[in-house]
Structure formats: C-alpha cells, structure tokens
Design a protein around this ligand. Structure first.
Ligand code: ADP
Length: 367
C-alpha cells in the first residue's frame, strides 16, 4: 500500500487542522498509511518518533474547531541546506513514504518544489554514501507532492482563497465592531493596521465589510496629495453626523515611490490636519488566533480530501500539484506554475509595477 506524510509549515493559519484531519482520515479510509510530521520541515529532517508519527483515526480527534495547527509548524533553516534535505529524504525512504502533502505559504511550497526537483539526486547521493540501500531507494524512486495553501494573507496565485484568510477577516471585523462601540461618545479616529504582507486583500475586504472611511493597500498606492483627499472625506462624514472615522492600513501599504505608508504617519496626518483624537490599533497575531470560520473548515476539508485523491489516483510519478479553489470549485494546478507566478507578483510589486502585479495575481478583489 501507499504511504503519505503530511506537514504544516511557515506561518500558521486557522483551518490547517481541518485539512490535516481530512487528509489523515480519508487516507486511512482508503487504506493508505499516513504520518504526521511535527514542526514543519524540521520533523522531516529530524525523523524519529518525535519528528514523524504514524497516525490513527483518533490522532486527529478534537482538533477541527481549533485555530493554529495541532502538529506544529516552524521555519526550518536546516531544510534550506542540501544536507537537511538529504536527511529529510532519508527519513522518508526509510519508512517507504513516497507521498508528501505540504500545507503552508508560498515559502513552504517553494521548498516543496525544490525538494521534488532534487529527489533523484538526493537518492543517488544517499545511496552512494551508503545511508540508504539500493532496495530502499528502489521503493521510493519518485516522490509525489501535493501542496495546500495555508496563509491568512490570501497571497498565492492559482487559488481564489487560501486557508485561514476568511477567519482572519472575521477577527478584523470583530475588532472594527469593537472600535465602533467604544467610540460612541467621542469624536474619534482610529487607524487600524492589518496583516497581509504584499497583499492588500485583508485590508480591502475589511474596509468594505467594516465600513472604513479610507483604506491603504500595497496594490494601489494613493496619488500624491492623498492626505488632503482622505481628510476631506473624513471631514464630510463628520459633518453628516458620523462620530467615528476608521482608516485601515495594510502592513505592506506604500506610496507611488514605494516608500512605506505607516499607521504612525496616517495618525500624524489626521491629527495635524483635522485635530481629531486619533488612536492606532495594530491587530498583529490576533488575526491568526481563534477558531476557524465555517468557510475555512470547509475549504480546508475539501482541499485535504482532494489532495489525498490526487495521490491515490496517481499510478506513477506526477508533477507537484497544488490544490486551490477557483469559482467555488476545488481544482488541481501545477505547483511550479503557482510558485513562479507568485514570485513574479512579488517582484512586480517591488518594482512598483502594480498593474502587472494585479494581472499576474489573477485575483479579482480590486475590481
Ligand atoms: P511561508 O510558507 O508561510 O511563506 P516561509 O517563507 O518562512 O513561510 O517558509 C517556511 C519554510 O519553508 C522555511 O523555513 C524553509 O524551511 C522552507 N523553505 C522556504 N523556501 C525554501 C527554499 N527555497 N528551499 C528550501 N526550503 C525552503
């Protein structure tokens, strides 16, 4: 029978547990052995009982409703080195594991595709150094890899949504609602800083759902002189009886020269130009916390199941595959393409080529 290893890597996100649970249980149901790898790629590198644990049905009981990831995640320096990947390959081969599911962000999925590209070379080297036998190598001639995107930022090409984004958005909206009720008796302005790295999705959606007055995102640097336009807008709303102004700043927000627009700067602008009592709220890791939303549980479960089906159906070597959601359908996309496209988006962003970045990302959230 086949064996599969599953790991969560990079930043954690709500819904990873739902994916893990679906992967473990569908694998067992279909007669595959399944191993949970602890602490991301570190567990693969370290091996042993602590690093890689064979799962039973109950191994994933009682985790579906929890945020974060039950099997740990980490940033793993060792896996960036060839020796680390040699040890990882050896630990898989020793257990005759020829399938790997990686749940993580674009960094983790890049790591997975590097590993896949090197696989033959790694086996040859391990065999040469007599760290594995010829029979062991023959049983794992290829490694089939499937990637799921766990990231609150929704910053991966090839999928409309990533696991964790919807829950993070819920956290942000809850925070906006809290700000609204505390501001009932004062004329106050709030600057709310949200995560997203180079991607403004969370900020943009939070601004719409949380009725913000103004939003600053990386993909759409404001025109020079935007400070006055923003303040005018806030002033108009005050005139109409609004007692609260909210400006949402994406952590990656920049101006046309690619200089960061910080929440500190926005606060100063509002205080100087409008004289409002202005407070900054940085949500930070709160956005990663708490229970996964129903939507995240559902897409994660569907994606996890799809990953297992890809591996079960493979009759030989398959190219690394990413599972995404496009137009509410769960789909399979070549992993390399998604990784490459995401890299190009980030490069275009760094070069201030925002039109190109938007087109490449293929996401419709700015329309
Ligand atoms: P995320 O997956 O959330 O984007 P990182 O970028 O930190 O997070 O990547 C998580 C881990 O994936 C890294 O700590 C490293 O172990 C592995 N990784 C990332 N990029 C590579 C790479 N180019 N080669 C090998 N491993 C990588």
């Amino acid at each position: 029978g086949k064996s599969v290893a599953v790991l969560t890597s990079g930043g954690d996100s709500q819904g990873m547990n739902s994916a893990l649970r679906a992967i473990v249980r569908l694998s067992l149901h279909r007669g595959m052995r399944v191993y949970a790898v602890h602490e991301g790629y570190q567990g693969l590198v370290d091996g042993g009982e602590k690093g890689m644990e064979e799962c039973s049905w109950n191994s994933v009981s009682n985790i579906l409703h929890k945020g974060g990831t039950a099997i740990g995640t980490a940033r793993c320096r060792d896996f960036r080195e060839r020796e680390g990947r040699l040890r990882a390959a050896s630990n898989l081969v020793k257990r005759s594991i020829g399938n790997l599911v990686v749940i993580g962000g674009d960094g983790s999925l890049t790591g997975a595709s590097v590993f896949k590209e090197e696989w033959m070379g790694l086996l040859a080297e391990l065999q040469q150094e007599q760290r594995i036998t010829a029979e062991e190598a023959a049983k794992c001639r290829f490694l089939n890899i499937v990637g799921l995107v766990g990231s609150i930022d929704n910053d991966m090409c090839g999928t409309d949504m990533t696991i964790g984004t919807d829950s993070a958005l819920h956290r942000i909206i809850e925070a906006v609602d809290c700000l609204t009720s505390t501001a009932a008796s004062h004329q106050r302005s709030f600057v709310l800083e949200v995560m997203g790295r180079h991607c403004g999705y969370l900020a943009q959606m939070a601004a719409i759902a949380g009725r913000a007055d103004w939003v600053l995102i990386p993909e759409k640097p404001p025109e020079p002189g935007w400070e006055d336009v923003m303040c005018q807008k806030m002033q108009t709303c005050c005139g109409l009886g609004e007692r609260l102004s909210i400006v949402i700043v994406s952590e990656g927000a920049v101006d046309k020269e690619n200089k960061p627009i910080t929440s500190q700067y926005v606060k100063k602008v509002i205080e100087t130009k409008l004289g409002h009592d202005t407070r900054i709220t940085v949500l930070g890791h709160v956005q990663r916390g708490g229970k996964p939303s129903a939507y995240d549980r559902l897409i994660a479960c569907r994606m996890g199941a799809a990953a297992v089906l890809v591996l079960l159906q493979a009759t030989g070597e398959i190219p690394p595959t990413m599972i995404g959601v496009q137009g509410n359908y769960i789909c399979r996309i070549p992993l390399m393409e998604c990784v490459e496209a995401t890299r190009n988006v980030n490069r275009a962003m760094q070069e201030c080529n925002f039109k190109r970045a938007q087109a490449l990302r293929g996401s419709s959230f700015l329309r």
